[in-house]
Design a protein around this ligand. Structure first.
Ligand code: PLP
Length: 409
């Protein structure tokens, strides 16, 4: 059941209104990045045309306005995820930088040789490689939660996996490669029971689910603006204030200091001590506008719309002989990602043929090589849906797969 007028929503996204290879664009690569509504583009342009100045430093009107817009956006995003305090929201370049910030800012001081970090087989490389780097520097041991045949985490042996040696569990909220929605509350509870902290990679979760970081109870939640209608190059780390206050800065420079002496410096308050150098001010302001846009539609309504589209898509692709769909069977356990293989067609060929029909999907390992390895495939094709996709988009996609079948049999 869709609770908003999808056509009216589509009209707000200029990029959706174009022809690709002579056909109206069907954009199904939303898990990689979303398109941007006019409201976000306008706010970004207005920032650069009217308020552009550096933040926090200037004592002139434009700097005051830029600082206010930048900090108002922080408050907006923090409220949206129900953070207790906007100081708990650190601006980053995106999810990747947020996770690296935790690995280097928290991990180097809190993880020692023999300590364990528990990850899952479904993680995006952004939530694997920073822990590889940390493990090389500290001697920490990496352990994994495995996947079942439906792309769900196997949690039966969680009690054996989590021990007093576990210092951190780092887990995705929603998988970009399989669409699985993870039972993160259960993992957080089990991790806390052994005294471990929990980092949630929310890059895909924040896009499709209402997020309440306090109710969730994690210690770190990382996300990107560009997958949720905002611009690229901006995202955030949310962490509880007490944790941020105990952490050392991970980058040094302007903005993040209180006093600088010849041999040492002292730090600004959180969150500023983690924001060295001139930040992505326009990006933050535009991300605030994206939150306004999503709030107006309502995350519950967006989730309901996406579920309806996904239900329709699964039913339609289910009619195609030779299709192999990855991820959970139940709609309660999966988000708007449809990862698949079709007969002997290589995913890149599927993507190329669909592209020639004006349909954008992704092919490859989706930065989740462990997932590909688990299912014994080199790559999959992936259609990922968002709030502006329609059943007509799904029909065009299924027609495109018919062409693929015509060529590959
Ligand atoms: N984690 C997941 C699950 C993702 O899907 C992505 C992006 O595809 C990332 C992390 C990395 O996000 P970014 O490239 O915006 O830092």
């Amino acid at each position: 059941m869709t609770l908003f007028d999808v056509q009216a929503v589509r009209d707000q996204f200029p990029a959706l209104n174009q022809q690709v290879h002579g056909r109206p664009l069907v954009y199904l690569d939303n898990a990689a990045t979303s398109q941007k509504p006019r409201a976000v583009l306008d706010v970004q342009e207005a920032y650069y045309t009217q308020d552009n100045a550096n933040v926090h430093r200037g004592i002139h009107e434009l700097s005051r306005r830029a600082t206010e817009a930048y900090e108002d956006a922080r408050i907006k995003v923090a409220r949206w995820i129900k953070a207790a305090d906007s100081a708990e929201l650190v601006w980053t370049r995106g999810t990747t930088e947020a996770i690296n910030l935790v690995a280097m800012g928290w991990g180097l001081d809190n993880i020692s040789e023999g300590d364990e970090i528990v990850l899952t087989e479904m993680e995006h490389h952004s939530n694997l490689v920073p822990w590889h780097l940390l493990s090389r520097r500290t001697g920490a041991v990496l352990r994994y939660i495995d996947l079942d045949d439906q792309g769900r985490l196997i949690l039966d042996n969680l009690d054996e996996l989590l021990t007093e040696r576990t210092k951190l569990v780092a887990c995705g909220h929603v998988s970009n490669a399989l669409g699985t929605i993870n039972p993160v509350e259960r993992i957080i509870e089990a991790a806390h029971a052994v005294g471990a902290l929990v980092l949630i990679d929310g890059a895909q979760g924040i896009v499709h689910l209402p997020v309440d970081v306090q109710a969730l109870g994690a210690d770190f939640y990382c996300f990107s603006g560009h997958k949720m209608c905002g611009p690229t190059g901006i995202g955030a780390l949310w962490a509880r204030r007490s944790i941020l206050e105990a952490m050392e800065p991970w980058q040094g420079g302007g903005e993040m200091i209180r006093f600088v002496h010849k041999d040492h410096s002292t730090w600004a308050e959180v969150p500023h001590k983690f924001e060295a150098g001139t930040p992505n001010i326009a990006g933050a302001v535009a991300m605030g506008a994206a939150v306004d846009f999503l709030s107006d539609l309502g995350m519950e309504a967006i989730a309901a719309h996406e579920r309806a589209i996904m239900e329709y898509a699964l039913a339609r692709v289910g009619e195609i002989a030779g299709i192999r769909v990855f991820g959970p069977e139940s709609l309660d356990e999966r988000s708007a990602v449809l990862s698949f293989l079709l007969g002997d067609a290589h995913p890149h060929d599927i993507s190329t043929i669909l592209d020639s029909e004006g349909i954008a999907v992704r092919a490859g390992h989706h930065c989740a090589q462990l997932v590909m390895k688990r299912y014994g495939v080199a790559a999959t094709a992936r259609a990922s849906f968002y709030l502006y996709n329609t059943t007509e988009d799904v029909d065009r996609f299924v027609d495109g797969l018919g062409i693929v079948k015509g060529i590959f049999g």
